[in-house]
Design a protein around this ligand. Structure first.
Ligand SMILES: NC(=O)c1ccc[n+]([C@@H]2O[C@H](COP(=O)([O-])OP(=O)(O)OC[C@H]3O[C@@H](n4cnc5c(N)ncnc54)[C@H](OP(=O)(O)O)[C@@H]3O)[C@@H](O)[C@H]2O)c1
Length: 258
């Protein structure tokens, strides 16, 4: 039986960085990398020191779940690590985000992550790990990044409670809550030609920093989530201490949003 790692969102940003640094964490017979850009996934074959299986797939499409289920049934692997890194956000008001992207964020950030988890559950065993990329957005309601923030609240809550549920099977679930991180995320999040929602970025981390931080915390602490970076931690502390109505007013004032 093969020991495998599955990484979604492996073509770019933090998912890609996780895939490239897997060898610092453990050894795998095969790494399944998933995203829409098949060429970028194929290029990982030269960079990851394990056999790589590129799976070019739109995780929001109806064929995604049956295809992955079929692959798992066929291969009967032991899934030692599942990283749910695929996700996206749109910075816009709910009324102008549009139906496709509003549902798209829910479908990718919440539904696909949950589907992947459910499909992998029978193939996880003691010592297996699930890493879900949430966000500091998970801790607060965010006007004009509303649906995205809400999807990340789901990811954090789902991950932490699942970690408890799977404890008896010795399976760890760990959520990573990054602050702004320099990746392709912003190419999709920021709408061309519109007045930008985010005018001030209090800090911008790198995928290298966030992922290294996450690996360290996963290995050295028993926690179920991590918040990489001092600015990120400071923000979450403030959000936990202050009433959320005040947190939203500060955000709207800081970004000049109505
Ligand atoms: N960057 C930030 O500031 C930030 C902060 C907090 C949390 N996050 C979260 O971190 C995670 C990783 O994002 P990132 O910053 O690394 O952004 P990124 O560079 O844009 O990576 C997103 C990944 O998701 C994949 N993806 C997008 N749509 C997909 C779909 N329909 N089906 C399958 N895969 C899809 C993309 O690949 P393809 O385009 O090839 O499909 C890409 O590999 C996301 O969940 C994001 O919400 C980001």
């Amino acid at each position: 039986m093969k020991n495998i790692a599955i990484v979604t969102g492996a073509s770019s940003g933090m998912g890609r960085r996780f895939a490239l640094t897997l060898k610092n964490h453990a050894s795998y017979d095969e790494v399944w990398v998933i995203a829409r850009s098949g060429d970028k996934l194929a290029a990982l074959q030269e960079k990851i020191p394990f056999p790589v299986r590129p799976i070019a797939l739109d995780l929001t499409s109806p064929e995604a779940a049956p295809r992955l289920q079929q692959l798992l049934q066929q291969e009967q692997p032991r899934v030692k690590l599942l990283i749910n890194g695929a996700g996206y956000g749109i910075f816009d008001r709910v009324e102008t985000t549009g139906y496709a992207d509003s549902m798209g964020m829910l479908d990718l950030n919440c539904r696909a992550l949950t589907v992947l988890t459910l499909l992998c559950l029978p193939y996880l065993d003691a010592g297996s790990e699930i890493i879900n990329i949430a966000s500091v957005a998970a801790f607060q309601p965010i006007p004009c990044i509303n649906i995205y923030g809400a999807t990340k609240a789901y990811v954090l809550s789902f991950s932490r409670a699942l970690n408890r549920e799977l404890k008896s099977r010795k399976i760890r679930v760990f959520a990573v809550c990054p602050f702004w991180t320099k990746t392709g995320f912003f190419d999709r999040a920021i709408r061309d030609g519109s007045d930008p929602v985010v005018k001030k970025y209090a800090a911008m981390y790198t995928a290298e920093f966030v992922v290294q931080y996450a690996w360290n915390k996963l290995e050295k602490t028993g926690r179920d989530y991590c918040i990489p970076g001092a600015m990120a931690k400071l923000q979450v502390l403030g959000v936990k201490l202050l009433p959320h109505s005040l947190v939203m007013s500060i955000w709207q004032r800081q970004q000049k949003l109505k």
